[in-house]
Ligand binder design. Structure first.
Ligand code: NI
Length: 139
């Protein structure tokens, strides 16, 4: 197991109050756990996506209106086009007309973003967001 180190930081009081409020809200037991998570998310994950020459993994969330002409077919065809990178899709029916899909994409960072943009900008998609996740190798 990796050695643990201690350090102290200086921070304006109002920011510390906000930080402690954040810990309470999220259910963190102590500041160290929260700081570690923030570092992982802001630094390690960022580097993994920006600098990695290897594969990354992300979740694309899209929402569309089922009544838009050919939308289901288009979204499905895109996913077949990228069958090598798209490893799983979950489709749920939000209500009578809206669908949500979470699409897990694995590949080189540039490719994953390209796929997310291509699917996300399909006519009729009313919301899309790519959530970068980690393969776990660097965190
Ligand atoms: Ni549906």
């Amino acid at each position: 197991m990796e050695k643990t180190e201690r350090f102290s930081i200086s921070i304006p009081s109002y920011l510390l109050r906000k930080f402690d409020g954040f810990l309470k809200e999220k259910g963190y037991q102590n500041r160290s756990e929260a700081i570690r998570d923030l570092i992982r998310e802001k630094i390690v994950l960022g580097k993994e996506w920006e600098c990695s020459k290897g594969e990354v993994i992300g979740v694309l969330v899209i929402v569309y209106n089922l009544n838009t002409r050919d939308i289901s077919d288009k979204v499905c065809h895109h996913q077949h086009e990228f069958y090598e990178e798209i490893i799983s899709t979950l489709h749920i029916h939000i209500d009578r007309e809206h669908c949500l899909e979470s699409i897990i994409i694995k590949g080189l960072p540039k490719k994953v973003r390209e796929i997310a943009d291509e699917i996300g900008t399909t006519k009729g998609v009313i919301f899309y967001k790519l959530i970068p996740a980690t393969t776990g190798k660097f965190i």
